[in-house]
Design a protein. Structure first.
Length: 160
């Protein structure tokens, strides 16, 4: 038997001003997207903003449905929209935030498992890593690559 350990690498910041201008713009785009989410059931509004290699910013927000499994998370809305509009353009970074009762959450909210898998696959289609910025009012977490959140992804090779 072998035992292995996986290390998660991330950078934590206390204030938005500690981030680069590009990162701040992405976070603000995610906040705006969260405000426009359709979340009448959970009242948990999530926004995601992607920066594409062509410089464009694409946003997505969670879209709930009375038939709960029919809804979709903000991250997947943004990734799938980017894929439909710009199928061959890599995603360089994504910012994600959540709002409840009109207030951005103090702690960052991490993507669900399904979104992590979708982010991994999108990252693997590009030529480099996808930066993830998880934004909370009191804490900001920045990951250099998706595999820091999903160290054991399901890969295309698994289908062979």
């Amino acid at each position: 038997m072998k035992q292995r350990a996986y290390t998660v690498r991330l950078y934590e910041y206390d204030q938005l001003e500690e981030l680069s201008e590009e990162q701040v713009l992405l976070v603000n785009s995610a906040i705006k997207a969260a405000r426009d989410a359709y979340a009448p059931y959970s009242e948990f509004h999530v926004g995601a903003a992607l920066r594409l290699a062509n410089g464009e910013i694409v946003i997505g927000s969670n879209q709930e449905n009375a038939a709960y499994p029919s809804g979709l998370c903000a991250e997947r809305v943004a990734i799938f929209y980017a894929g439909a509009r710009h199928p061959d353009v890599p995603v360089l970074s994504i910012a994600i935030t959540a709002i409840r009762e009109g207030i951005v959450q103090e702690e960052p909210v991490a993507p669900c498992g399904a979104c992590r898998q979708v982010l991994y696959e999108k990252e693997s289609q590009g030529e480099g890593s996808m930066e993830l910025i998880l934004y909370g009012n009191k804490k900001i977490q920045v990951f250099s690559k998706v595999t820091d959140l999903l160290p054991l992804p399901f890969k295309l090779e698994n289908l062979s």
